[in-house]
Design a protein around this ligand. Structure first.
Ligand code: CO
Length: 169
């Protein structure tokens, strides 16, 4: 079993920083990916981005679990680049860095993702539905954006008040 990593919680300022590309596809990266995977499974999340565990590099992982009609799969995305966003989808999102809060966020329904795997090999994925939502949510983390930042000003204020209350309880 891999070591569990500590997950930073919003509004930690480190979550608002922009992450840098990965240049070395080495043992250290593989170890981080394995530890992130373990951490995501134990925390019961469907996605986790490196900056959430205090590593400001452009890496995230996703595992949607058992989806109807689709085999379970764990994705690893290094240096992802989103393009060709199409359509609209509204999904009630949560985040391991924002425990106890879920809010509806509007995203693109379909996206194309160019990325590298853990060995540096270039890959391409056309994603839709929940996978596309998860990719956009995790990709936001690499640019210092948490889903709370995507809410309307009024909803964001209410969400922040809810979160502030939580901490003082
Ligand atoms: Co998140």
């Amino acid at each position: 079993m891999e070591r569990m990593l500590k997950i930073l919680h919003y509004p930690d300022p480190r979550l608002a920083e922009v992450s840098v590309p990965v240049t070395k596809f080495d043992q250290k990266l593989h170890k981080l990916l394995d530890e992130m995977t373990e951490t995501m499974y134990v925390a019961d999340g469907i996605g986790l981005a490196a900056p959430q565990v205090d590593e400001r590099i452009r890496v995230f992982i996703i595992d949607l679990g058992d989806q109807e009609g689709q085999p379970k799969k764990k994705w690893e995305f290094i240096n992802p680049k989103l393009s060709n966003g199409e359509g609209k989808i509204v999904f009630e999102e949560g985040c391991l860095s924002v425990p106890g809060l879920t809010e509806e966020v509007t995203r693109k329904e379909r996206v194309t993702l160019n990325y590298q795997d853990r060995f540096g090999k270039a890959r391409k994925l056309e994603a839709e539905g929940l996978l596309a939502v998860a990719i956009q949510h995790e990709n936001d983390h690499l640019d210092g954006i948490v889903f709370v930042d995507r809410l309307s000003p009024i909803k964001r204020r209410l969400a922040k008040r809810k979160l502030a209350k939580q901490v003082t309880l």
